[in-house]
Design a binder for this molecule. Structure first.
Ligand code: R5P
Length: 292
């Protein structure tokens, strides 16, 4: 027989807790199924609602990128300060321990290398069976909206959403910016909204002017892409600005693993994303952690 007072207290607490009352902590996800919500909760921390994804999928297009020459050595020191591995199945299987408990955003599109004239040609490169085998928390699929090959990109996103829906696995739609592609607010609004409308449950996009309007017109959570290496202070300011404008986290690679001190940088990014630290303090925190 439950202690009725204790039970009522629990109920009162539950009614104040949006995670338990149906107001799910991930934007646009209220009506998804249990398994999909569980996977989203392994990506977006239910307390902060946010995520730090470490992108180290660069090899699929660039080969051994600076800072990632030895995947095992580069990534293992960062385990404690990130939530999600964004990587290829080859990198994960060969170099990363499956015992970390981290969620996996599995890179599922591929098709060209940095040597190609037109890098926008991609196809789905992982079967849903293998994604399930890899325990993927989401399928990361890149889309080149506005490129001559956009129909293939759109098809890839739609196919991945269809396959993911069969197993409750969300899709991370990745907005690509190629050499000839736009980087305007209007472009990012268009591309992010399109990917969400095709059914991507999370969208990765770049920071831009009036990022808030990109967040506001996209019905699913946006995670900010890191992009090329910036000075650490600037990368932290960009992170803080995106979070203030409604991003639900970052999917960042080079600005973490190419930082002078990658561990200190991961800690500082996490302090902004999960702890709400401002960029000035986060940079001091970075310098302080780096010294130790
Ligand atoms: C981006 O679209 C690809 O997934 C990249 O390989 C990766 O995410 C880039 O990360 P960053 O630009 O932060 O180094």
């Amino acid at each position: 027989m439950p202690d009725i007072d204790g039970y009522n207290e629990q109920l009162a607490h539950a009614s104040n807790n949006q995670v338990c009352t149906g107001g799910f902590h991930v934007k646009g996800a209220d009506h998804y199924d249990w398994g999909m919500k569980a996977r989203l909760s392994s990506i977006f921390n239910p307390k902060s609602g946010n995520t730090v994804m470490l992108a180290f999928d660069h090899g699929y297009i660039m080969g051994p990128t600076t800072g990632l020459e030895r995947l095992d050595l580069a990534v293992s020191p960062l385990y404690d300060d990130i939530d999600v591995f964004m990587a290829t199945r080859g990198a994960l299987r060969s170099s990363i321990s499956p015992a970390t408990g981290k969620a996996v955003a599995l890179r599922c599109s591929a098709g060209s290398s940095v040597l190609a004239e037109d890098m926008s040609k991609e196809q789905i490169a992982v079967s849903i069976k293998d994604a399930v085998r890899m325990n993927a928390a989401c399928l990361a699929v890149q889309a080149f909206i506005g490129s001559p090959d956009e129909i293939q990109s759109i098809g890839n996103i739609c196919d991945a959403v269809d396959a993911g829906m069969d197993y409750g696995i969300p899709v991370l739609g990745v907005v690509a910016v190629g050499k000839q592609m736009e980087r305007t607010t209007k472009y990012f609004q268009l591309a992010t909204r399109m990917l969400a409308e095709f059914g991507a449950q999370i969208v990765k996009t770049y920071h831009c002017e009036d990022f808030e309007s990109v967040v506001n017109t996209c019905p699913v959570p946006l995670v900010m892409a890191g992009g090329k290496k910036l000075p650490e202070q600037q990368a932290l300011t960009m992170t803080h600005s995106a979070m203030k404008q409604g991003a639900r986290g970052v999917d960042m690679g080079r600005n973490i693993f190419q930082a002078e001190d990658p561990v200190a940088m991961a800690k500082a990014v996490s302090a902004i994303v999960h702890g709400g630290m401002d960029d000035k303090r986060a940079y001091e925190f970075y310098l302080d952690t780096k010294k130790r």
